[in-house]
Design a protein around this ligand. Structure first.
Ligand code: SIN
Length: 534
């Protein structure tokens, strides 16, 4: 295709929002044929990718095949994965890893071969990693370097995107908090996760789900919002920070003990500590409830200290900062919100239902994760589907239609300006996050979900407001996402994957193939019905 070469400094061929793996890769790849601008609301590195420890799953080993990886992924997804999307992901995975190697990512090796480990619910060792347990940092630093040295890419850090601009149902650009208008034929959303909806989370402060909220406001479909993954091993610092301890430690032999010093995981799953994340997280909560304890303990002491220090340098250093030695001490851990399986609904090329809008990475819902993501499949999904987005664009990308450039519409036109005083905004955010963690978290029940729903209704005024600062925008987005999560969780009257209802503890046949897909279509949020699609 031939792109327009406009003079306007805010006009590009492709706008990428977000700077995690999906955003960096989308920008680097698209810059081979288009003028690209990447916008991110904070510093480039401040992403979930940077914090990723475990690695990337791919069928690279001699004893592995995409078919085995597919089966493991479908099994974890509890009957709700889009099989076609999973097939694409596992089959393209090895090729996409080779692309990363060509971009210079130094994955760890043993005797010259890529080192591979196992994580929960994998039947093969297939998780590659870098810097031991610093996979995300190494990956991000390598790609960030490529990005910053690429003259075809304009980078805007600390630029909060408030909304997408649409014209006659098509996305034609975006609006920033500073009031700038960026126009482009294509917007790629790569804004990452929404873990900050919950009080206890592994996600950084930036993970407020802005992408899902802005896409929905523009008319995009959003799916699978009830499925939130809770990571089993999270260390809570004395200051209340939640620090991830990679599942790879259990892959390398670490075990879990309850507060009475009993191993318990074999009572919950045949693979014990290597069971799927949802089962391990619920087992931990069950043990904490039974013993009235605040945590369980992760024991890596079976492994040699030299091995632990070289394989898990990040975790080792973190534990040492808190006076713990993983080679001698058990580490206290609790489950915390980690990953959203749902998001902006996309097809096999990352296309949304809105012309001009693509999504990739955690913000997207390609259907590969179903009701529960298999460990280390998230970076793989980023790699594969971001690659497909850019390939699709190269083939079918569109120019910004000249005629519509000036006629775009903002979602908050006519809304009342709102800027919450800092302490009030912070307090409200904490109230929301606590409520979501306790009433719509790992174990759910209609009465708790209804309590959460009442609270959200009392704050419906936020949905109609036009925030004037980043914190208020993030709060508005968090409330919006909480609404979708609670309403979806209430509707799904069964337990499946990461969604567990104490009042409906079994999977129900009636829900086996049903997904909740939300779409605004210009209606107000409380009027929404969720069409069920097979
Ligand atoms: C981990 O290292 O346990 C996190 C990796 C993931 O979420 O897949």
């Amino acid at each position: 295709m031939v792109y327009l070469k406009g003079e306007d400094p805010c006009e590009f061929d492709v706008l990428v929002v977000g700077s995690g793996l999906a955003g960096l890769l989308a920008a680097i790849k698209a810059a081979r044929f288009a003028r690209v601008c990447l916008l991110t609301k904070d510093a480039l590195y401040n992403t979930n990718t940077w914090l990723a420890q475990g690695g990337i799953a791919a069928a690279l080993g001699d004893d592995d095949t995409p078919a085995i990886h597919l089966e493991d992924t479908l099994q974890a997804g509890a009957g709700l994965c889009n099989r076609e999307a999973v097939k694409v992901m596992v089959e393209e995975g090895p090729r996409r890893i080779r692309e990363l190697l060509e971009l210079g990512v130094p994955f760890d090796r043993v005797a010259g071969q890529l080192a591979m480990t196992r994580e929960g619910a994998h039947n093969r060792n297939r998780v590659i990693h870098a810097g031991g347990d610093a996979t995300g940092q190494v990956l991000h630093a390598t790609l960030q370097n490529r990005l910053l040295n690429n003259k075809a890419i304009t980078v805007r850090e600390y630029t909060f995107v408030t909304d997408l601009l649409t014209c006659e149902g098509e996305v034609v650009g975006l609006q920033t908090l500073r009031g700038e208008t960026y126009r482009a034929g294509t917007v790629i959303l790569a804004t990452g996760g929404l873990g900050r909806v919950f009080l206890c989370t592994t996600n950084p402060e930036v993970a407020t789900g802005d992408g899902v909220a802005m896409a929905f406001r523009a008319g995009a479909e959003v799916a699978d919002m009830e499925f939130i993954q809770f990571h089993p091993n999270v260390f809570e610092s004395p200051k209340g920070e939640m620090i991830l301890i990679s599942e790879a430690v259990r892959g390398e032999g670490a075990v879990l003990w309850n507060s009475r010093g009993e191993r318990f995981m074999d009572k919950y799953h045949a693979k014990a500590e290597l069971g799927p994340r949802d089962i391990v997280s619920r087992a931990i909560v069950d043990q904490m409830n039974r013993q009235g304890s605040r945590c369980v303990y992760l024991d890596m002491t079976l492994r040699d200290p030299l091995f632990l220090k070289s394989r898990f340098p990040t975790i080792y250093a973190m534990a040492s900062r808190y006076g713990l030695d993983p080679a001698k001490d058990w580490l206290p851990v609790v489950p915390a919100a980690h990953y959203a399986m749902g998001g902006v609904r996309t097809d096999l090329h990352g296309e949304t239902n809105l012309p001009g809008l693509y999504a990739c990475g955690e913000v997207a819902c390609s259907g590969v994760h179903g009701a529960n993501r298999l460990a280390s499949n998230s970076l793989l999904e980023c790699l594969v589907f971001t690659g497909r987005v850019v390939e699709r664009l190269e083939k079918n990308g569109r120019n910004l239609p000249r005629a519509v450039q000036q006629k775009h519409k903002k979602s908050d036109e006519g809304s009342k300006n709102l800027s919450l005083e800092f302490t009030r905004g912070k307090k409200l955010q904490e109230e929301l996050r606590r409520l979501m963690f306790t009433k719509a978290g790992i174990l759910r029940h209609a009465k708790d979900l209804l309590t959460a729903q009442r609270f959200l209704k009392e704050h419906a005024w936020l949905a109609d407001a036009a925030p004037q600062d980043r914190a208020t925008w993030e709060l508005k987005n968090l409330f919006f996402l909480a609404n979708l999560i609670v309403n979806s969780a209430l509707m799904r009257t069964e337990s499946r994957g990461s969604h567990y209802r104490l009042d409906y503890p079994q999977p129900a046949d009636a829900w086996r193939l049903r997904r909740l897909i939300w779409s605004g279509k210009g209606k107000k949020e409380e009027d929404l019905l969720a069409p069920l699609s097979l």
